[in-house]
Design a binder for this molecule. Sequence first.
Ligand SMILES: Nc1ncnc2c1ncn2[C@@H]1O[C@H](COP(=O)(O)OP(=O)(O)OP(=O)(O)O)[C@@H](O)[C@H]1O
Ligand SMILES: [Mg+2]
Length: 265
Amino acid sequence: MTDERGASANVLEARGVVFTHGTPPLETRVLHGVDLDIAPGELTVLMGPSGSGKTTLISILAGLLRPTRGRVVLGGSEISAMDDAEVTAVRRRTLGFVFQAFHLFPALTATDNVAEVLALSGTPIRVAREKARALLTRFGLEARLDHRPGELSAGQRQRVAIARAIVTSPRLVIADEPTVALDGPTAASVMELLREYVSAGTSVVLVTHDVRLVRASDRVVALEDGRVAYDGRGLAANPHGAPSGHDIHPPTPRSSEPVAGPEGA
Ligand SMILES: Nc1ncnc2c1ncn2[C@@H]1O[C@H](COP(=O)(O)OP(=O)(O)OP(=O)(O)O)[C@@H](O)[C@H]1O
Ligand SMILES: [Mg+2]
């Protein structure tokens, strides 16, 4: 899809997304009509209390879960109207996803967990492995390239999962709590690398409770009880970014936290 100016349009558009668990009379409505657009080259932090619907929402945005009502357009394709095979194809060419529980392949080494997605998209395995090693090395995992997930710490597995999501340079990366297992400096280096991808045009949506990430964000969206309660500029917003929110002041981060983005590193 393109906009009136013919410029590249939003990588993601969600309209009136409703999600309900169960069937009447025992249904629980988790999302109450969420609208969300994600522009190219924008880093959005999605926050909100536990149970507010963040994981449910990103699962729908990623085509992993079907909305009860509403539309989701990912990379120009209306995934909410497609069958599973079509959604998988759109996801493969558009999206990198980091699961809250990582979902790495247990039998593959760290390198091959990352190389596998490149190989799936046609990259020769030797080249894929080289690229995977380089990315994992950026994440400080050069001594763990040949370890399997069961031989890695939670923070190391988390970095492998992030590397796997970004290695194809997808148009959109969605990550659920991507820094929860990381110490401050490691989280900062992950955010620095993500900002490099954003500068190159990738859009990133991070679900987090970690207020440090707000500093590296262009936009902050908060969910409350399955509704967008806040949509405003993040602390790394710049005039060329496309924060589409209303002009609400972002939450004030704690001043003792290290600055996560490359600007302040
Ligand atoms: N199978 C289910 N049946 C009914 N309600 C469910 C089911 N699964 C999840 N929910 C409800 O959906 C709501 C949203 O859950 P979700 O996992 O999206 O929250 P979240 O914002 O990601 O929370 P957290 O920060 O704890 O990860 C929760 O209130 C939860 O109780
Ligand atoms: Mg969650």
